[in-house]
Write a protein that binds this ligand. Structure first.
Ligand code: SF4
Length: 235
């Protein structure tokens, strides 16, 4: 089994010239290789809606974790409920941070996301994912190369230095159009904020509508230098 220690570049092993641009091939390999030692960390944006559907085709009882910071939009919780109804066999878990919002405010001050968003993301996203990945060998993510310059070198199978894990990204070759074509064709549940100018959706205090149509992540941590929440820094 490929592990963090034995990682090798497997990009050439997967044909990306097919209808899912390699995604289903990668998922089949991933679940055959890791089975219960694979967790999908899903943010339930539109890429998440697509990847959940593809994962369900390959492993109907796959483990999916959503990092519930307690700061998400109501629309995000609604799409999670819709996914649970559509795919009842999937094991979808909402993972909370150790600190409640009140405890975080008492310990680190009010609205930490305004003062030190990296620290806030560490408490509410990075450490909880670290806990979820403890004991598993690999995780899945819906990253696409087109999303941002920080993601353009992402491979199907990545050596994830941050979590000492294997990070599998089946959607790297999908374009924004591919994603929506698939979502509409299959009538997938999706986050309704996408219809209101939010191409990328995270926590409510740190997400605004996109500034330009060319930069799909421009509404995230707008007005700061921050581009990623800390989960994908090795890319
Ligand atoms: Fe905190 Fe914002 Fe990160 Fe959410 S995205 S964990 S609110 S800094």
């Amino acid at each position: 089994m490929l592990t963090y220690e034995t990682w090798e570049d497997k990009t050439q092993d997967f044909d990306s010239e097919n209808s899912t641009k390699g995604a289903l091939n990668v998922l089949k390999w991933a679940y055959e290789t890791y089975n219960e030692e694979l967790v999908y960390a899903c943010s339930f944006g539109i890429e998440g809606s697509v990847l959940v559907d593809l994962v369900h085709q390959v492993k109907p009882d796959a483990q999916i974790v959503f990092l519930d910071t307690h700061l998400h939009f109501q629309e995000t919780y609604e799409v999670i409920e819709a996914a649970k109804k559509r795919y009842p066999s999937l094991r979808i878990k909402l993972k909370s941070p150790a600190l409640s919002l009140e405890e975080q405010a008492n310990k680190h001050g009010d609205e930490l996301w305004k003062v030190n968003p990296n620290h806030c993301c560490a408490i509410r996203k990075v450490i909880p994912l670290e806990e979820e990945l403890n004991g598993v060998t690999a995780w899945l993510s819906g990253l696409r190369r087109e999303q941002s310059p920080t993601r353009q070198n992402t491979q199907f199978i990545n050596r994830d230095v941050r979590f000492k894990s294997i990070k599998i990204c089946p959607l790297i070759h999908w374009t924004w159009k591919d994603i929506w074509r698939y979502a509409h064709k299959n009538d997938l549940p999706y986050n309704k904020l996408h219809d209101n100018g939010y191409p990328s959706i995270g926590c409510e205090p740190c997400t605004q509508t996109a500034k330009t149509a060319d930069d799909l992540r421009s509404g995230r941590w707008s007005g700061t230098e921050k581009l990623e929440c800390g989960l994908h820094q090795s890319q």
